[in-house]
Design a protein around this ligand. Structure first.
Ligand code: ADP
Ligand code: MG
Length: 468
């Protein structure tokens, strides 16, 4: 009789490896971790819902049949999303489990450093694969500086920014850099959620001494998503002691959060002011160029070449969140691999049709004209007029360019709407502005602002406000 344990899964996985391409194996099976097995169920964990969906759709049958060819029974495999609090995944109370973030990390233990396994630093995230752009330049520089010289420069370092913008990546990158320089450093990374779970368990077992002994000897403590402490008074109190103990011993503390320390609601003032006392660095949503660079970087890690029109298409259609960007890119790669097609724009549009937001949704002639007029502080009637002074003609050309590139209006129609201009005027405006933008003219920044005013709905709000 076959023993039901992790070895069985290993055997099953090795067998499948012979049946599918190396690429598919690396993409889909490498990140799977064994969780448990019973006579009816094999539980496997995967990094996120994307893997779960794809594996269920495409590989569940092969996993089940291979598994049961060894056991002669009918064990069903199922997938759960990994928890990124590796130290205590089994100890979570159901309530905390429900509060768990959708995001989690895949973790291949101890591939870099013996210390990595206990530190839970994820070797996958490093500075080399972190793309720097104007949106994260400051946070990156601060992170590098702290990683190069822990406890000397900024303590604590507090990184904040929206969901999926690279905070966790940056924290792990620092951890990896610190361990690379000095493998003996006692580093620990955990989420504020894991810290809470750890505390609850320790209180339950009346073992606070042990709890403190896990944190006080550290050289570097990372606590991710500190906003999770909101409203948890006992945890905040204990975190306050932990923080002070480390800080007093000049040990480095690195924190991340979704908001600026002062804006952390239901977090004690004494903690907020401590968070602010070191260096606070924010990460903004990436601009288009950074998004494209991130796509190339992510494609590289999958050994894929992405044509530039595909990268631009994905980047343009995802507003801000890098995690979504990555998910969509993976979907494109996976689809191309399943269907054995090249990654091109046609395939990308096919795959992403249901996911992308309609970027052109807010673009129509009145909104474009209003956004341009607002930005240059001129009147819409000026744009439609025959005036040829530069302060009017340049905004008019920008508005024409936006109508041409963002709406389906024909050239003559655009000309007509701009006060009865000829369609050749529209062609000229479109060409001129396109060329300037390609040359990285300062105008580019202005056009980007106008576009984002329209996309974000700011222009519409202004129009409504004026009509009230
Ligand atoms: P956050 O913690 O801010 O919610 P993460 O650090 O988990 O976001 O980032 C989400 C995903 O986006 C990760 O896979 C990360 O590698 C990727 N990512 C975010 N920013 C960058 C960047 N600047 N360069 C490369 N990858 C990035
Ligand atoms: Mg995070």
């Amino acid at each position: 009789m076959t023993t039901l344990n992790a070895n069985l899964w290993e055997k099953c996985r090795d067998k499948i490896r012979n049946d599918i391409t190396e690429e598919s194996y690396n993409t889909w099976f490498q990140p799977i971790n064994f969780v448990s097995i019973t006579e009816t169920k094999l539980v496997l964990s995967v990094p996120n819902t994307f893997y779960k969906d794809c594996l269920e759709q495409n590989y569940l049958d092969i996993i089940n049949s291979t598994l049961n060819s060894f056991t002669q029974s009918s064990i069903q495999a199922c997938f759960e999303i990994e928890n990124n609090s590796f130290n205590h995944p089994k100890q979570e109370t159901p309530k905390l489990k429900n509060e768990k973030k959708a995001h989690s990390l895949s973790f291949t233990a101890a591939t870099i450093n013996p210390n990595t396994a206990s530190s839970t630093i994820n070797p996958k995230y490093n500075f080399e694969n972190f793309v720097v752009g104007s949106s994260n330049q400051f946070a990156h520089a601060a992170a590098r500086s702290v990683a190069d010289n822990p406890k000397v420069t900024y303590n604590p370092l507090f990184v904040y920014g929206g969901v999926g913008l690279g905070k966790t990546h940056l924290l792990h990158a620092m951890g990896n850099a610190i361990l690379k320089t000095n493998p003996q450093t006692k580093v620990r990374y955990l989420s504020a959620e894991s810290f809470t779970v750890d505390l609850i368990e320790s209180l339950k077992q009346d073992d606070m001494r042990n709890f403190r002994s896990r944190y006080r000897p550290l050289d570097v403590l990372f606590v991710d998503d500190i906003q999770f402490l909101a409203g948890k008074e006992r945890t905040q109190e204990e975190f306050f002691y932990t923080f002070n103990a480390l800080h007093q011993m000049h040990k480095q503390v690195i924190l991340s959060s979704d908001s600026y320390p002062k804006d952390l609601s239901r977090v004690e003032e004494r903690l907020r002011s401590r968070f602010e006392a070191g260096l606070v660095a924010d990460i903004e949503p990436p601009d288009l160029e950074t998004k494209i660079a991130i796509i190339y970087k992510k494609a590289e890690t999958h050994n894929k070449q992405i044509p530039s029109d595909v990268a631009t298409f994905i980047a343009t259609n995802i507003k801000t969140n890098v995690r979504e960007l990555e998910g969509l890119l993976l979907r494109v790669i996976a689809y191309a691999s399943f269907t054995r097609r090249f990654i091109d724009l046609e395939l990308t549009k096919e795959v992403l049709a249901e996911f992308i937001c309609d970027v052109n949704r807010n673009f129509n002639l009145p909104t474009i004209m209003a956004a341009v007029a607002d930005h240059f502080e001129i009147k819409v009637s000026d744009i439609k007029s025959k005036k040829r002074t530069r302060n009017i003609s340049v905004p008019r050309q920008i508005a024409m360019y936006l109508c041409r590139t963002k709406t389906k209006l024909s050239l003559p129609e655009i000309g007509r709407q701009f006060g009865g201009k000829d369609h050749t005027t529209v062609i000229f405006a479109n060409k001129k502005i396109s060329e300037l933008l390609n040359k990285n003219n300062p105008l580019k920044k202005i056009v980007n602002i106008i576009v984002s005013d329209i996309e974000s709905g700011k222009t519409i709000k202004n129009i409504v406000k004026r009509s009230e």
